[in-house]
Design a protein around this ligand. Structure first.
Ligand code: DQA
Length: 146
């Protein structure tokens, strides 16, 4: 059985650290990747950490996770609120999948109030900054144990 947890990041998350730090914090995506790799290793898993600004590439990443991964964590960023393609890709795979967000979209603009992705995953963790990823990892590892 696969021991790889895919962690997939959507558009503009490559800019974390400098992008609206008052909303998204000062951690870079590389810092988040390093923390996730360590936390996963402590539990006997490795991670495949990916980022793209291109919707179709994220669809490909989700499909790859479905073929090769044990579980999937996704921060779809802005595509959360627009993408039927990501929703459909997540519906098409058969591994535990959860959604994470650094910020709490429910407290933000009205266009962030719908999540196409949230309707296709096991659950959502949002509002804890970079720690949302760590909590997400714990959540999928617990799902894998049950
Ligand atoms: C985000 C929230 C989205 O609404 C936004 O478009 C992002 C980041 C978050 O992690 O808080 O790019 O997914």
């Amino acid at each position: 059985m696969s021991k790889t947890i895919y962690i997939i990041n959507g558009p503009n998350l490559n800019l974390l650290g400098t992008r609206e730090p008052e909303i998204y914090g000062s951690e870079t995506l590389a810092n988040i990747e390093a923390a996730c790799a360590k936390a996963a290793k402590d539990e006997g898993y490795k991670i495949a950490f990916q980022q793209s600004n291109i919707e179709g590439e994220i669809v490909d990443m989700i499909q790859e996770a479905g073929r090769k991964g044990a579980a999937l964590i996704i921060n779809p960023a802005a595509y959360t609120h627009t993408s039927v393609a990501l929703h459909d890709a997540l519906k098409a795979i058969d591994i535990p999948a959860i959604e994470v967000h650094l910020s709490q979209p429910a407290k933000r603009e009205s266009f962030r109030q719908i999540s196409y992705v949230g309707q296709a995953v096991h659950g959502t963790i949002s509002g804890f900054g970079a720690n949302s990823y760590h909590l997400g990892l714990q959540a999928v590892i617990n799902l894998l144990k049950t």
